[in-house]
Design a protein around this ligand. Sequence first.
Ligand SMILES: *Cc1c(COP(=O)(O)O)cnc(C)c1O
Length: 474
Amino acid sequence: MGAHIEAEETGNSGAGRAARRDEAVRAAVEQGLLGPDSPIIGLLDVTGIRESAAELRAAFDAVVAPGTPVLHAFAVKATPLVPVLRLLREEGVGAEVASPGELALARAAGLGPEMTVLDSPAKTPGELREALALGIAVNADNPQELDRIDALMIPHSPKDVGGAPIAASRSPLGIRVNPQIGGGSIEATSTATATSKFGVALRDEGAREWVVRAYLDRPWLTRLHAHTGSQGVPLSLMARGVAETYGLAEEINRRAGRRQVDTLDIGGGLPVNFASDATTPTYAQYARTLAEEVPGLFDGRYGLVTEFGRSLLAKHGTVVARVEYAKSAGGRPVALTHAGVQVATRTVYAPGVWPLRIAAYDSKGRPKEGPAVVQDVAGPACFSGDLLAEGCALPLLEQGDFAAALDTGAYYFAHHYAYNSLVRPAIYGFGPGGERRVAFAVVREAQTVEEVVAESGGAQVDALVGGRAPWGLP
Ligand SMILES: *Cc1c(COP(=O)(O)O)cnc(C)c1O
Protein backbone atom coordinates (compact mmCIF):
# COMPACT_ATOMS: atom_id res chain seq x y z
CA MET A 1 0.00 0.00 0.00
CA GLY A 2 2.80 2.38 0.94
CA ALA A 3 4.42 1.78 -2.41
CA HIS A 4 1.18 2.65 -4.18
CA ILE A 5 0.78 5.96 -2.43
CA GLU A 6 4.37 6.77 -3.17
CA ALA A 7 3.91 5.96 -6.85
CA GLU A 8 0.86 8.18 -7.04
CA GLU A 9 2.47 11.13 -5.30
CA THR A 10 5.94 11.10 -6.78
CA GLY A 11 5.62 8.98 -9.90
CA ASN A 12 5.74 10.67 -13.26
CA SER A 13 6.17 14.12 -11.82
CA GLY A 14 6.12 16.48 -14.74
CA ALA A 15 9.38 18.06 -13.64
CA GLY A 16 11.26 14.77 -13.56
CA ARG A 17 10.00 13.89 -16.98
CA ALA A 18 10.96 17.26 -18.48
CA ALA A 19 14.45 17.02 -16.99
CA ARG A 20 14.93 13.53 -18.41
CA ARG A 21 13.74 14.74 -21.80
CA ASP A 22 16.17 17.68 -21.83
CA GLU A 23 19.07 15.37 -20.94
CA ALA A 24 18.06 12.92 -23.63
CA VAL A 25 17.89 15.54 -26.39
CA ARG A 26 21.31 16.82 -25.45
CA ALA A 27 22.76 13.32 -25.29
CA ALA A 28 21.19 12.42 -28.65
CA VAL A 29 23.00 15.36 -30.27
CA GLU A 30 26.27 14.60 -28.44
CA GLN A 31 26.14 10.93 -29.38
CA GLY A 32 25.37 11.73 -33.02
CA LEU A 33 21.89 10.24 -33.17
CA LEU A 34 20.62 13.64 -34.27
CA GLY A 35 22.44 15.83 -36.73
CA PRO A 36 22.62 17.04 -40.31
CA ASP A 37 22.35 13.51 -41.74
CA SER A 38 19.75 12.22 -39.29
CA PRO A 39 17.56 15.28 -38.90
CA ILE A 40 14.59 13.64 -37.19
CA ILE A 41 14.20 10.96 -34.50
CA GLY A 42 11.60 9.76 -32.05
CA LEU A 43 12.54 9.33 -28.38
CA LEU A 44 10.82 7.15 -25.77
CA ASP A 45 11.41 7.65 -22.04
CA VAL A 46 11.69 4.12 -20.66
CA THR A 47 11.68 5.32 -17.04
CA GLY A 48 8.48 7.25 -17.66
CA ILE A 49 6.75 4.32 -19.38
CA ARG A 50 7.60 2.05 -16.44
CA GLU A 51 6.31 4.68 -14.01
CA SER A 52 3.00 5.00 -15.84
CA ALA A 53 2.55 1.22 -15.92
CA ALA A 54 3.26 1.10 -12.17
CA GLU A 55 0.77 3.92 -11.56
CA LEU A 56 -1.88 2.07 -13.53
CA ARG A 57 -1.37 -1.13 -11.55
CA ALA A 58 -1.28 0.71 -8.24
CA ALA A 59 -4.42 2.72 -9.02
CA PHE A 60 -6.54 -0.41 -9.51
CA ASP A 61 -4.79 -2.44 -6.79
CA ALA A 62 -5.85 0.29 -4.40
CA VAL A 63 -9.57 -0.05 -5.16
CA VAL A 64 -10.27 -3.71 -6.04
CA ALA A 65 -11.06 -6.42 -3.51
CA PRO A 66 -8.00 -8.58 -2.78
CA GLY A 67 -7.67 -11.45 -5.22
CA THR A 68 -9.68 -9.79 -8.03
CA PRO A 69 -8.18 -10.80 -11.40
CA VAL A 70 -7.21 -7.64 -13.30
CA LEU A 71 -5.68 -7.60 -16.79
CA HIS A 72 -4.39 -4.27 -18.02
CA ALA A 73 -4.24 -4.70 -21.81
CA PHE A 74 -2.39 -1.91 -23.62
CA ALA A 75 -4.24 -0.75 -26.73
CA VAL A 76 -1.58 -1.65 -29.29
CA LYS A 77 -2.86 0.88 -31.81
CA ALA A 78 -1.57 3.71 -29.60
CA THR A 79 2.09 2.68 -30.01
CA PRO A 80 2.49 -0.36 -32.25
CA LEU A 81 6.15 -1.10 -31.55
CA VAL A 82 7.30 -4.57 -30.52
CA PRO A 83 9.95 -3.45 -27.97
CA VAL A 84 7.35 -1.22 -26.29
CA LEU A 85 4.94 -4.16 -26.00
CA ARG A 86 7.76 -6.26 -24.57
CA LEU A 87 8.62 -3.55 -22.03
CA LEU A 88 4.98 -3.35 -20.99
CA ARG A 89 4.81 -7.15 -20.73
CA GLU A 90 7.67 -6.95 -18.26
CA GLU A 91 5.53 -4.47 -16.32
CA GLY A 92 2.67 -7.00 -16.26
CA VAL A 93 0.68 -5.25 -18.98
CA GLY A 94 -0.95 -7.25 -21.81
CA ALA A 95 -2.26 -6.20 -25.21
CA GLU A 96 -5.56 -5.17 -26.75
CA VAL A 97 -5.33 -5.85 -30.49
CA ALA A 98 -7.63 -4.85 -33.32
CA SER A 99 -6.14 -6.26 -36.52
CA PRO A 100 -4.07 -9.19 -37.74
CA GLY A 101 -1.04 -6.88 -37.73
CA GLU A 102 -1.54 -5.85 -34.12
CA LEU A 103 -2.04 -9.46 -33.06
CA ALA A 104 1.21 -10.37 -34.83
CA LEU A 105 3.02 -7.53 -33.01
CA ALA A 106 1.72 -8.73 -29.65
CA ARG A 107 2.80 -12.29 -30.39
CA ALA A 108 6.21 -11.09 -31.58
CA ALA A 109 6.58 -9.34 -28.22
CA GLY A 110 5.96 -12.68 -26.51
CA LEU A 111 2.49 -11.91 -25.18
CA GLY A 112 0.55 -15.09 -24.51
CA PRO A 113 -3.14 -15.57 -25.27
CA GLU A 114 -4.04 -15.04 -21.61
CA MET A 115 -2.66 -11.49 -21.86
CA THR A 116 -4.29 -10.63 -25.21
CA VAL A 117 -7.75 -9.31 -26.09
CA LEU A 118 -9.10 -8.99 -29.67
CA ASP A 119 -11.63 -6.20 -30.22
CA SER A 120 -11.64 -5.08 -33.85
CA PRO A 121 -14.90 -3.97 -35.44
CA ALA A 122 -14.47 -5.91 -38.72
CA LYS A 123 -13.01 -9.35 -37.98
CA THR A 124 -12.94 -11.83 -40.85
CA PRO A 125 -13.89 -15.50 -40.32
CA GLY A 126 -10.19 -16.34 -40.59
CA GLU A 127 -9.27 -13.91 -37.82
CA LEU A 128 -11.97 -15.25 -35.53
CA ARG A 129 -10.86 -18.80 -36.20
CA GLU A 130 -7.23 -17.95 -35.40
CA ALA A 131 -8.15 -16.10 -32.19
CA LEU A 132 -10.35 -18.95 -30.97
CA ALA A 133 -7.72 -21.53 -31.85
CA LEU A 134 -5.11 -19.53 -29.91
CA GLY A 135 -7.41 -19.02 -26.93
CA ILE A 136 -7.35 -15.23 -27.14
CA ALA A 137 -10.22 -13.29 -25.56
CA VAL A 138 -12.63 -11.98 -28.20
CA ASN A 139 -15.37 -9.39 -27.89
CA ALA A 140 -18.00 -9.72 -30.61
CA ASP A 141 -18.91 -6.38 -32.11
CA ASN A 142 -22.36 -7.18 -33.46
CA PRO A 143 -24.98 -9.92 -34.06
CA GLN A 144 -23.46 -11.01 -37.37
CA GLU A 145 -20.11 -11.52 -35.70
CA LEU A 146 -21.74 -13.53 -32.93
CA ASP A 147 -23.26 -15.74 -35.67
CA ARG A 148 -19.77 -16.43 -36.95
CA ILE A 149 -18.52 -17.27 -33.46
CA ASP A 150 -21.54 -19.57 -32.99
CA ALA A 151 -20.55 -21.46 -36.10
CA LEU A 152 -17.02 -21.92 -34.78
CA MET A 153 -18.18 -22.94 -31.31
CA ILE A 154 -21.08 -25.25 -32.04
CA PRO A 155 -20.29 -28.50 -33.82
CA HIS A 156 -22.35 -29.14 -36.96
CA SER A 157 -23.73 -25.63 -37.07
CA PRO A 158 -25.55 -24.97 -40.32
CA LYS A 159 -23.81 -21.62 -40.60
CA ASP A 160 -20.77 -21.99 -42.74
CA VAL A 161 -17.84 -19.74 -41.95
CA GLY A 162 -15.38 -22.07 -43.61
CA GLY A 163 -13.60 -24.97 -42.01
CA ALA A 164 -14.47 -27.18 -39.08
CA PRO A 165 -15.67 -25.81 -35.74
CA ILE A 166 -13.12 -25.21 -32.99
CA ALA A 167 -14.06 -27.99 -30.60
CA ALA A 168 -13.23 -26.46 -27.23
CA SER A 169 -11.79 -22.99 -27.42
CA ARG A 170 -10.32 -21.57 -24.25
CA SER A 171 -11.06 -18.04 -25.46
CA PRO A 172 -13.03 -15.95 -22.99
CA LEU A 173 -15.84 -14.50 -25.11
CA GLY A 174 -18.00 -11.44 -24.72
CA ILE A 175 -20.04 -8.85 -26.57
CA ARG A 176 -19.09 -5.22 -27.01
CA VAL A 177 -21.89 -2.81 -26.19
CA ASN A 178 -22.23 0.91 -26.78
CA PRO A 179 -24.07 2.47 -23.84
CA GLN A 180 -24.77 5.55 -26.03
CA ILE A 181 -24.03 7.93 -23.20
CA GLY A 182 -22.89 10.63 -25.61
CA GLY A 183 -19.58 11.84 -27.01
CA GLY A 184 -16.82 14.08 -25.80
CA SER A 185 -15.44 17.23 -27.35
CA ILE A 186 -13.78 15.41 -30.26
CA GLU A 187 -16.22 13.87 -32.72
CA ALA A 188 -13.74 11.63 -34.55
CA THR A 189 -12.62 9.80 -31.39
CA SER A 190 -15.94 9.61 -29.54
CA THR A 191 -17.08 5.98 -29.30
CA ALA A 192 -20.29 6.20 -27.27
CA THR A 193 -22.44 8.48 -29.40
CA ALA A 194 -25.91 7.34 -30.47
CA THR A 195 -24.69 6.44 -33.96
CA SER A 196 -21.16 5.21 -33.16
CA LYS A 197 -20.02 2.35 -35.37
CA PHE A 198 -18.80 0.29 -32.38
CA GLY A 199 -20.58 -2.48 -30.53
CA VAL A 200 -24.27 -3.16 -30.01
CA ALA A 201 -26.11 0.15 -29.52
CA LEU A 202 -27.79 -0.62 -26.20
CA ARG A 203 -30.52 1.99 -26.26
CA ASP A 204 -31.77 1.13 -29.73
CA GLU A 205 -35.17 -0.52 -29.80
CA GLY A 206 -34.93 -4.15 -28.68
CA ALA A 207 -31.13 -4.13 -28.41
CA ARG A 208 -30.81 -4.59 -24.68
CA GLU A 209 -33.20 -7.54 -24.69
CA TRP A 210 -31.31 -9.03 -27.65
CA VAL A 211 -28.04 -8.82 -25.69
CA VAL A 212 -29.53 -10.43 -22.59
CA ARG A 213 -31.02 -13.26 -24.67
CA ALA A 214 -27.74 -13.73 -26.49
CA TYR A 215 -26.12 -14.49 -23.12
CA LEU A 216 -28.93 -16.69 -21.86
CA ASP A 217 -28.69 -18.75 -25.06
CA ARG A 218 -24.90 -19.06 -24.89
CA PRO A 219 -23.44 -20.21 -21.57
CA TRP A 220 -19.96 -19.58 -22.99
CA LEU A 221 -20.45 -15.81 -23.16
CA THR A 222 -18.79 -14.73 -19.93
CA ARG A 223 -17.52 -11.22 -20.58
CA LEU A 224 -19.05 -7.85 -21.34
CA HIS A 225 -17.10 -5.06 -23.04
CA ALA A 226 -17.51 -1.32 -23.52
CA HIS A 227 -14.95 1.34 -24.44
CA THR A 228 -16.56 4.73 -23.97
CA GLY A 229 -13.67 7.02 -23.12
CA SER A 230 -11.28 8.85 -25.40
CA GLN A 231 -9.44 12.13 -25.65
CA GLY A 232 -11.99 14.86 -24.92
CA VAL A 233 -14.28 12.71 -22.74
CA PRO A 234 -14.57 13.76 -19.05
CA LEU A 235 -14.07 11.18 -16.27
CA SER A 236 -17.69 11.45 -15.12
CA LEU A 237 -18.96 10.51 -18.58
CA MET A 238 -16.49 7.60 -18.78
CA ALA A 239 -17.74 6.39 -15.39
CA ARG A 240 -21.34 6.55 -16.63
CA GLY A 241 -20.43 4.29 -19.54
CA VAL A 242 -18.89 1.79 -17.14
CA ALA A 243 -21.91 2.06 -14.82
CA GLU A 244 -24.28 1.22 -17.69
CA THR A 245 -22.16 -1.79 -18.64
CA TYR A 246 -22.03 -2.99 -15.04
CA GLY A 247 -25.80 -2.61 -14.74
CA LEU A 248 -26.29 -4.75 -17.83
CA ALA A 249 -23.98 -7.47 -16.45
CA GLU A 250 -26.00 -7.48 -13.23
CA GLU A 251 -29.22 -7.88 -15.23
CA ILE A 252 -27.81 -10.75 -17.30
CA ASN A 253 -26.60 -12.55 -14.19
CA ARG A 254 -29.90 -12.03 -12.39
CA ARG A 255 -31.86 -13.47 -15.28
CA ALA A 256 -29.39 -16.31 -15.76
CA GLY A 257 -29.65 -17.11 -12.06
CA ARG A 258 -25.89 -17.47 -11.86
CA ARG A 259 -22.72 -15.44 -12.28
CA GLN A 260 -22.48 -15.99 -16.00
CA VAL A 261 -20.72 -12.70 -16.75
CA ASP A 262 -17.59 -13.01 -14.65
CA THR A 263 -15.40 -10.32 -16.24
CA LEU A 264 -16.03 -6.73 -17.28
CA ASP A 265 -13.81 -5.14 -19.90
CA ILE A 266 -14.08 -1.41 -19.23
CA GLY A 267 -11.98 -0.21 -22.18
CA GLY A 268 -9.44 2.60 -22.11
CA GLY A 269 -9.71 6.20 -23.14
CA LEU A 270 -8.28 8.14 -20.23
CA PRO A 271 -7.63 11.64 -21.67
CA VAL A 272 -4.12 13.09 -21.74
CA ASN A 273 -3.10 16.62 -20.83
CA PHE A 274 -1.28 18.02 -23.88
CA ALA A 275 -1.00 21.53 -22.39
CA SER A 276 1.77 21.01 -19.82
CA ASP A 277 4.07 18.36 -18.35
CA ALA A 278 1.61 17.49 -15.58
CA THR A 279 -0.22 14.16 -15.69
CA THR A 280 -3.93 14.95 -15.35
CA PRO A 281 -6.19 13.18 -14.88
CA THR A 282 -4.36 10.31 -13.16
CA TYR A 283 -5.21 6.61 -13.14
CA ALA A 284 -5.73 6.92 -9.39
CA GLN A 285 -8.37 9.64 -9.89
CA TYR A 286 -10.17 7.55 -12.48
CA ALA A 287 -10.10 4.40 -10.34
CA ARG A 288 -11.46 6.36 -7.36
CA THR A 289 -14.19 7.90 -9.54
CA LEU A 290 -15.20 4.42 -10.68
CA ALA A 291 -15.21 3.16 -7.09
CA GLU A 292 -17.55 6.00 -6.12
CA GLU A 293 -19.82 6.00 -9.16
CA VAL A 294 -20.11 2.24 -9.71
CA PRO A 295 -20.36 0.65 -6.27
CA GLY A 296 -20.06 -3.09 -6.71
CA LEU A 297 -17.69 -2.95 -9.66
CA PHE A 298 -14.65 -3.64 -7.51
CA ASP A 299 -16.14 -5.86 -4.81
CA GLY A 300 -14.52 -9.00 -6.21
CA ARG A 301 -17.49 -10.48 -8.09
CA TYR A 302 -16.09 -9.39 -11.45
CA GLY A 303 -12.66 -9.80 -12.94
CA LEU A 304 -11.56 -6.69 -14.82
CA VAL A 305 -9.89 -5.88 -18.10
CA THR A 306 -8.71 -2.36 -18.97
CA GLU A 307 -7.48 -1.16 -22.37
CA PHE A 308 -5.58 2.09 -21.93
CA GLY A 309 -3.49 3.36 -24.83
CA ARG A 310 -2.80 7.08 -25.08
CA SER A 311 -2.57 7.65 -21.33
CA LEU A 312 0.18 5.00 -20.94
CA LEU A 313 2.50 6.27 -23.67
CA ALA A 314 1.70 9.79 -24.90
CA LYS A 315 3.74 11.75 -22.38
CA HIS A 316 6.81 9.57 -22.78
CA GLY A 317 7.46 10.26 -26.45
CA THR A 318 9.18 13.19 -28.14
CA VAL A 319 9.84 13.92 -31.80
CA VAL A 320 13.03 15.92 -32.23
CA ALA A 321 13.70 17.55 -35.60
CA ARG A 322 16.48 19.73 -36.92
CA VAL A 323 15.73 23.19 -38.20
CA GLU A 324 17.04 22.96 -41.77
CA TYR A 325 16.28 26.57 -42.60
CA ALA A 326 14.92 29.57 -40.74
CA LYS A 327 13.19 32.21 -42.80
CA SER A 328 10.55 34.87 -42.64
CA ALA A 329 7.33 35.23 -44.62
CA GLY A 330 4.90 38.13 -44.37
CA GLY A 331 6.74 39.30 -41.30
CA ARG A 332 6.40 35.96 -39.48
CA PRO A 333 9.44 33.81 -38.71
CA VAL A 334 9.12 30.26 -40.04
CA ALA A 335 11.35 27.37 -38.97
CA LEU A 336 11.49 24.69 -41.67
CA THR A 337 12.03 21.45 -39.76
CA HIS A 338 11.97 17.75 -40.62
CA ALA A 339 8.89 16.96 -38.52
CA GLY A 340 5.49 17.52 -40.07
CA VAL A 341 2.54 15.59 -41.37
CA GLN A 342 4.47 12.31 -41.61
CA VAL A 343 4.86 12.09 -37.81
CA ALA A 344 2.06 14.39 -36.59
CA THR A 345 -0.77 13.64 -39.00
CA ARG A 346 -3.66 14.43 -36.68
CA THR A 347 -2.14 17.70 -35.58
CA VAL A 348 -1.38 18.88 -39.10
CA TYR A 349 -4.85 18.07 -40.43
CA ALA A 350 -6.80 19.11 -37.32
CA PRO A 351 -4.57 21.60 -35.47
CA GLY A 352 -7.42 23.07 -33.45
CA VAL A 353 -8.30 19.68 -31.95
CA TRP A 354 -4.81 18.19 -31.55
CA PRO A 355 -2.42 21.05 -30.72
CA LEU A 356 1.11 20.02 -29.71
CA ARG A 357 3.56 21.80 -27.44
CA ILE A 358 6.88 22.60 -29.06
CA ALA A 359 10.16 22.94 -27.16
CA ALA A 360 13.17 24.75 -28.65
CA TYR A 361 16.72 23.40 -28.31
CA ASP A 362 19.93 24.93 -29.64
CA SER A 363 22.33 23.23 -32.03
CA LYS A 364 24.01 21.41 -29.10
CA GLY A 365 20.69 20.12 -27.87
CA ARG A 366 20.47 22.47 -24.90
CA PRO A 367 17.15 24.14 -24.01
CA LYS A 368 17.13 27.36 -26.01
CA GLU A 369 17.14 30.62 -24.08
CA GLY A 370 15.88 33.97 -25.22
CA PRO A 371 12.72 36.04 -25.51
CA ALA A 372 9.61 34.32 -26.85
CA VAL A 373 8.96 35.13 -30.51
CA VAL A 374 5.73 34.23 -32.30
CA GLN A 375 6.68 31.89 -35.13
CA ASP A 376 5.53 28.97 -37.23
CA VAL A 377 7.17 25.57 -36.91
CA ALA A 378 6.77 23.89 -40.28
CA GLY A 379 7.37 20.37 -41.57
CA PRO A 380 9.13 19.12 -44.70
CA ALA A 381 6.07 18.13 -46.76
CA CYS A 382 5.04 19.95 -49.92
CA PHE A 383 1.77 21.51 -48.92
CA SER A 384 1.31 24.77 -47.11
CA GLY A 385 -0.69 23.36 -44.21
CA ASP A 386 2.22 21.18 -43.10
CA LEU A 387 2.72 23.00 -39.79
CA LEU A 388 3.58 21.37 -36.45
CA ALA A 389 2.55 24.59 -34.74
CA GLU A 390 1.26 27.87 -36.08
CA GLY A 391 1.97 31.16 -34.33
CA CYS A 392 3.57 29.66 -31.25
CA ALA A 393 5.69 31.74 -28.87
CA LEU A 394 9.18 30.26 -28.42
CA PRO A 395 12.77 31.44 -28.33
CA LEU A 396 13.51 32.15 -32.01
CA LEU A 397 14.44 28.93 -33.81
CA GLU A 398 17.51 29.32 -36.02
CA GLN A 399 19.20 27.17 -38.61
CA GLY A 400 20.77 24.11 -36.95
CA ASP A 401 18.58 24.31 -33.84
CA PHE A 402 16.14 21.54 -32.91
CA ALA A 403 12.38 21.68 -32.44
CA ALA A 404 10.79 19.02 -30.24
CA ALA A 405 7.13 18.02 -30.47
CA LEU A 406 6.18 16.93 -26.96
CA ASP A 407 3.76 14.24 -25.72
CA THR A 408 4.02 12.35 -29.01
CA GLY A 409 4.50 8.83 -27.61
CA ALA A 410 1.04 7.64 -28.72
CA TYR A 411 -0.67 8.06 -32.09
CA TYR A 412 2.19 10.18 -33.51
CA PHE A 413 5.62 8.95 -34.58
CA ALA A 414 4.57 5.33 -34.45
CA HIS A 415 1.84 6.18 -36.99
CA HIS A 416 3.89 7.15 -39.97
CA TYR A 417 2.07 8.75 -42.87
CA ALA A 418 4.00 8.31 -46.10
CA TYR A 419 3.33 11.73 -47.65
CA ASN A 420 6.10 12.79 -50.06
CA SER A 421 7.68 9.36 -49.49
CA LEU A 422 9.29 10.75 -46.36
CA VAL A 423 11.08 7.93 -44.52
CA ARG A 424 9.98 6.62 -41.15
CA PRO A 425 12.39 8.10 -38.61
CA ALA A 426 14.41 6.01 -36.19
CA ILE A 427 13.01 5.63 -32.70
CA TYR A 428 15.23 5.28 -29.65
CA GLY A 429 14.35 4.37 -26.11
CA PHE A 430 16.40 6.16 -23.46
CA GLY A 431 17.20 5.54 -19.83
CA PRO A 432 19.86 6.16 -17.22
CA GLY A 433 23.21 5.27 -18.73
CA GLY A 434 25.85 5.21 -16.00
CA GLU A 435 28.90 7.13 -17.13
CA ARG A 436 27.23 8.48 -20.25
CA ARG A 437 24.28 9.74 -18.14
CA VAL A 438 21.83 8.78 -20.89
CA ALA A 439 21.87 5.48 -22.78
CA PHE A 440 19.90 4.80 -25.95
CA ALA A 441 18.49 1.62 -27.45
CA VAL A 442 17.19 1.33 -31.01
CA VAL A 443 13.45 0.63 -30.92
CA ARG A 444 12.97 0.94 -34.67
CA GLU A 445 15.60 1.65 -37.32
CA ALA A 446 15.01 4.53 -39.70
CA GLN A 447 13.47 3.42 -42.96
CA THR A 448 15.91 3.60 -45.88
CA VAL A 449 15.10 5.04 -49.30
CA GLU A 450 15.77 1.58 -50.73
CA GLU A 451 12.95 0.30 -48.53
CA VAL A 452 10.73 3.11 -49.74
CA VAL A 453 11.36 2.02 -53.34
CA ALA A 454 10.73 -1.64 -52.50
CA GLU A 455 7.49 -0.84 -50.67
CA SER A 456 6.38 1.35 -53.58
CA GLY A 457 6.34 -1.40 -56.22
CA GLY A 458 10.05 -1.28 -57.01
CA ALA A 459 10.05 -4.97 -57.94
CA GLN A 460 7.10 -4.40 -60.29
CA VAL A 461 8.77 -1.62 -62.26
CA ASP A 462 7.61 -2.95 -65.67
CA ALA A 463 4.13 -3.99 -64.53
CA LEU A 464 2.31 -1.35 -66.56
CA VAL A 465 4.43 -1.14 -69.71
CA GLY A 466 6.09 -3.27 -72.34
CA GLY A 467 4.75 -6.53 -73.72
CA ARG A 468 2.71 -7.50 -70.69
CA ALA A 469 -0.87 -6.38 -70.73
CA PRO A 470 -1.45 -4.67 -67.42
CA TRP A 471 -4.93 -6.14 -67.08
CA GLY A 472 -3.97 -9.73 -67.74
CA LEU A 473 -2.51 -11.29 -64.64
CA PRO A 474 -1.01 -14.68 -65.53
C1 LIG B 1 -8.48 2.84 -29.16
C2 LIG B 1 -9.04 1.87 -28.20
C3 LIG B 1 -8.57 1.82 -26.90
C4 LIG B 1 -7.53 2.78 -26.36
O1 LIG B 1 -7.97 4.09 -26.34
P1 LIG B 1 -7.02 5.24 -25.73
O2 LIG B 1 -7.83 6.48 -25.91
O3 LIG B 1 -5.76 5.25 -26.51
O4 LIG B 1 -6.80 4.89 -24.29
C5 LIG B 1 -9.08 0.85 -26.06
N1 LIG B 1 -10.05 -0.01 -26.47
C6 LIG B 1 -10.54 0.01 -27.73
C7 LIG B 1 -11.58 -0.97 -28.11
C8 LIG B 1 -10.07 0.96 -28.63
O5 LIG B 1 -10.57 1.00 -29.86
